[in-house]
Design a protein around this ligand. Structure first.
Ligand code: DAH
Length: 339
């Protein structure tokens, strides 16, 4: 019995030492120490041993059991250590590798131009306001002195939603909204999207952006308009920039003008950029028509004002020397990345 016990112990220990993997260790545990295991069987046959030898043999069984359990545990820990080490090696991160640069988004040229224009006018004390893109005929036309038979209303230019609701064709539509509120004086710019049923080409799009300006106070004159826009042009295109006011007609201003700036590429000598003329047209403006003031409840005998309207895309194209407006709408990252 003692000999068998010693052999059994040796067998178990050698199997444990040569075992590979935690599953195999468990099989060994069951085979020797389990309910029907070899050592357990031996314990059962203790009853066949002579009574005086039982304590000694019993102790040997216990010792064998303890030795096998200790070996199992030792081997188990060795396996786990090895697994952990393998995992660490597999998951090693090389912190010396160069990092991937994250792609940074940035502002669209239209947004950059708009923020620049807003910065200039806010600096002069203007407030930035917004109006609706879907607009009543009244605000887009009627209140701006554009009567029912005016060519600007021609269905060719205007997207009609219903008979008296349109997609606004100009940010001038914000003027009457602001004047109606009756808070004077007024000094605002109103940037926003406008719509016209134009074919897409290098200089046209059915949807583009304008920035409207409106100032109303006592004693506002054409000189204020000229000074304001001259300052705006200098800030936007450089200190050397000159402005030229050409007489024009808009229904909502009287007198009206179009404003050219001296070409910031050639300084006015004439180049490809300004098509040889030395001047570049940038906006429309004028003194607010007395009828427009009256319609919005402002007394033209007491108050006067000026207004102007700038195309945002036009500013962006000029400032960044882009020659095709379509580039601003395609949102090709290779193009946008350059600004
Ligand atoms: N609304 C005009 C347009 O879309 C631009 C404009 C011209 C606005 C003169 C004005 C202005 O406020 O006084 O062509």
């Amino acid at each position: 019995m003692k000999e068998k016990l010693a052999q059994l112990k040796e067998k178990a220990l050698s199997q444990i030492m040569t075992s590979e993997g935690l599953d195999r260790l468990n099989d060994i545990r069951v085979a020797f120490l389990g309910k029907k295991g070899e050592l357990t069987d031996m314990l059962k046959s203790l009853k066949d041993v002579a009574p005086e030898e039982r304590p000694a043999v019993g102790q040997m069984v216990n010792e064998a059991r303890a030795a096998i359990e200790a070996k199992l545990e030792e081997r188990r820990q060795a396996f786990e250590r090895k697994l952990r080490e393998e995992k660490m090696v597999a998951e090693t991160i090389d912190v010396t590798l160069p990092a991937k640069k994250p792609m940074l988004g940035h502002r669209h040229p239209n947004t950059i131009a708009l923020e620049e224009v807003e910065r200039i006018f806010v600096g002069m004390g203007y407030e930035v306001v917004e109006g609706p893109e879907v607009e009543y005929d009244y605000y887009n036309f009627e209140a701006l002195n554009i009567p029912k038979n005016h060519p600007a209303r021609d269905e060719q230019d205007t997207f009609y939603v219903t008979d008296n609701i349109v997609l606004r064709t100009q940010t001038s539509s914000v003027q009457a909204h602001v004047m109606e509120q009756g808070k004077l004086p007024i000094r605002i710019i109103a940037p926003g999207r406008v719509f016209r049923s134009d074919e897409v080409d290098a200089t046209h799009s059915p949807s583009f952006h304008q920035i409207e300006g409106l100032v109303i106070d006592k004693h506002i004159t054409f000189a204020d308009l000229k000074g304001t826009l001259a300052e705006f042009a200098k800030e936007l295109f450089g200190e050397e920039t000159k402005v030229k006011f050409r007489p024009h007609h808009f229904p909502f201003t009287e007198p009206s003008a179009e404003v050219d700036v001296s070409c910031f590429k050639c300084g006015g000598k004439g180049c490809r950029f300004c098509k040889g003329s030395g001047w570049i047209e940038i906006l429309g403006c004028g003194m607010v028509h007395p009828d427009v003031l009256k319609m919005s409840g402002i007394d033209p005998e007491q108050y006067t004002g000026f207004a102007f309207g700038v195309g945002l895309e036009r500013i962006a194209l000029l400032k960044y020397e882009i020659d095709d407006m379509r580039l601003l709408y395609e949102n090709d990252v290779r193009f946008l990345k350059q600004f």
